[in-house]
Design a binder for this molecule. Structure first.
Ligand SMILES: Cc1cc2nc3c(=O)[nH]c(=O)nc-3n(C[C@H](O)[C@H](O)[C@H](O)COP(=O)(O)OP(=O)(O)OC[C@H]3O[C@@H](n4cnc5c(N)ncnc54)[C@H](O)[C@@H]3O)c2cc1C
Ligand code: SF4
Length: 552
């Protein structure tokens, strides 16, 4: 079916169109309304409701919230209730755990002013605040296309058509997407945003930056025995079960009423194609110092999401004609602190301030170069600059030496200098896998169904749901390459890095067949990052599909 045969799309005009209702998209919308209540602002969100696709730790540095909504602590409706009371850092070996003294940590690693909670619930609350100010929020609509004017400037987005069958034909339910046109469009899609990736390529936004870097973060929420709950305790670890060449670590946050958020991040520049981040996470929970927390408890939720790790030197140019990237679509996570929410909100407010100024000056669809020029000197740039070498040093020198050097460099930066300059990240994550013949298959322990679980029972807890009869949203550019390289050279790492069991190589008489169980996809975007040939592209499925996280 050619596009000429498609019925026209309805079009709506706004001052500002925002893609994504995460902390950055919602902070931008709120700030714009605070600056000018008459502006028309629309936010589209691909999740079935705001928060449905949000997954974070989360220990939140309130710097962003304090600026956006200074009286948030007095708002009984705000879900952030648990203040950090105790902050512990561990180095794990297979059987032991060494606690690192807090005085060794650079002051910027201090978490004592932070709050623990569900970022999904924080976003639901921010959405209510935004709607009260008159922002229009459309959940269940994925932005699938960037609209351009005849000069090539961004003019808004189109949401995806609904009711297309797997074979591309129209079902009875076929409905054309909508065009949401704006004077400026802010892309707040989070890590590895699908439209943001297109914009970075089209406008060459990464021409002067280092490659983007990512980790995969897996998370569970547990209700634990009240006797073991220590509200306000947060702990992080590195070391076991990962080897010295593989970056990553765990988090464990006690909050609210007997809840513990436990998660594991694996840096996606790992080299062993047999490594399975999901199984490393399950194995981590069996450590003698960790398992006791969960014994007698109940797992309530599971999910996974990519996290940006490139930091200061990987941030692409933020502005282009007609729009800008905000939040983790650009990548503002402070990696050693595992914190991005305050910078997502900070970058969003900065962009909003420049958009409001431009609109007040009757400008439209031009480049917000003032935003690009301002971020490095803003609190966001000042937060990221001192930690810029933590990730590259870890990648180059391995965990033990890399973490020590990274800590030393953060101390030096605190004192105003660095012996390392600004380190390069070198390769993009997809280029770091070794051929399988350089490694041995890993025999992960079988799940016990109490403390450790398999992928499918985990995906069940993410409440993931997609309309089954729709085109597969994981686009494999060249199936032959998938067989000759991903399978034959790398032994099919997609079946291990995908945290939702979407990819399988099924051995058949005619040879191995690549199966894509697209309906299981939790939208983490890892395949878009880690496929060794960049052969898989994640595009949004029908709006409303994907995980339905209740409080991640
Ligand atoms: C495991 C893990 C633990 C973390 N822990 C912490 C922590 O403890 N503290 C902290 O501060 N930070 C933490 N972070 C980082 C933090 O979550 C991010 O920095 C933050 O969520 C970024 O906000 P954002 O608004 O830019 O993107 P996101 O939070 O990813 O939100 C993007 C939104 O846009 C929507 N969207 C995307 N594409 C489209 C589209 N095309 N159309 C419509 N909607 C779309 C998504 O569904 C989503 O709702 C963690 C991240 C992970 C993965
Ligand atoms: S298919 Fe890709 S985006 Fe979906 S869950 Fe698997 S790795 Fe994540």
């Amino acid at each position: 079916m050619s596009t000429e045969e498609l019925p026209p799309r309805e079009s709506m005009e706004f001052d500002v169109v925002i893609v994504g209702a995460g902390p950055s998209g919602l902070a931008a919308a709120i700030r714009l309304k605070q600056l000018n209540a008459d502006l028309s602002i629309v936010v589209v969100e691909k999740g079935s409701e705001v928060g449905a696709h949000i997954l974070s730790g989360a220990v939140i540095d309130p710097a962003g919230l304090d600026k956006l909504i200074p009286d948030w602590r007095e708002d009984a409706d705000c879900p952030l209730k648990t203040e950090v009371k105790d902050d512990r850092f561990y180095w794990l070996s297979e059987a032991g755990a060494i606690r690192l003294p807090n005085f060794m940590m650079p002051p910027l690693m201090n978490n004592h002013h932070c709050y623990i909670g569900s970022l999904g619930n924080v976003c639901r609350w921010l959405a209510r605040r935004a709607e009260a100010l008159g922002v229009e929020i459309y959940p269940g609509f994925a932005a699938t296309e960037v609209l351009y004017d005849d000069k090539g400037a961004v003019r808004g987005i189109a949401t995806g058509d609904m009711g297309i069958a797997r074979d591309g034909s129209w079902k009875d339910s076929f409905t054309r997407g909508m065009e949401l046109r704006g004077k400026y469009t802010l892309f707040a899609e989070g890590a590895r945003g699908s439209l943001s990736k297109q914009l970075i390529a089209k406008f060459g936004l990464d021409a002067s930056s280092e490659p983007p870097k990512f980790g995969i973060g897996l998370k569970e929420v547990w209700q634990i025995d009240p006797a073991k709950h220590q509200k306000g305790l947060i702990q992080h670890s590195f070391g076991w079960p990962l080897n010295n060449n593989t970056g990553g670590g765990s988090f464990l946050y006690h909050y609210d009423e007997n809840l513990v958020a436990v998660g594991f991040v694996v840096h996606l520049n790992y080299d062993d194609p047999y490594l399975s981040p999901f199984d490393e996470f399950q194995r981590f929970k069996t450590h003698p110092a960790i398992r006791t927390v969960f014994e007698g408890g109940k797992r309530l939720a599971y999910g996974a999401r990519a996290i940006t790790e490139g930091g200061y030197q990987s941030v692409p140019r933020l502005s282009f004609p007609g729009g800008a990237l905000i939040g983790c679509a650009a990548g503002f996570v402070n990696v050693p602190r595992i914190k991005g929410v305050h910078n997502a909100m900070g970058s969003a407010m900065l962009a909003a301030e420049h958009v409001a100024k431009a609109l007040a000056a009757d400008r439209a669809n031009d480049e917000l170069v003032e935003y690009e020029n301002a971020w490095r000197a803003s609190p966001v740039g000042k937060d990221l600059y001192p930690v810029r070498n933590a990730k590259p040093l870890w990648s180059k020198f391995g965990t033990i030496l890399g973490v020590v050097l990274g800590g030393f460099d953060m101390w030096c930066n605190t004192l105003g200098f660095s012996l390392f300059g600004t380190q390069s990240h070198l390769k993009p994550d997809r280029k770091t896998l070794d051929p399988a013949k350089a490694h041995q298959p890993v025999a992960y322990p079988k799940p016990d169904g109490k403390l450790t679980f398999d992928r499918l029972s985990s995906v069940f807890l993410s409440n993931t749901n997609h309309e089954e009869d729709q085109p597969v949203h994981l686009k494999v550019a060249d199936m032959n390459l998938q067989k000759t390289s991903e399978h034959d050279v790398y032994a099919g790492p997609s079946s291990r890095y995908c945290p939702a069991g979407v990819y399988e190589w099924v051995e058949e008489a005619s040879g191995p067949r690549f199966v894509i169980n697209a309906q299981n996809c939790v939208h983490c975007k890892t395949c878009d990052v880690k496929d060794p040939n960049g052969n898989i592209t994640w595009v949004p499925p029908e709006g409303g599909g994907g995980p339905n996280y209740e409080a991640m």
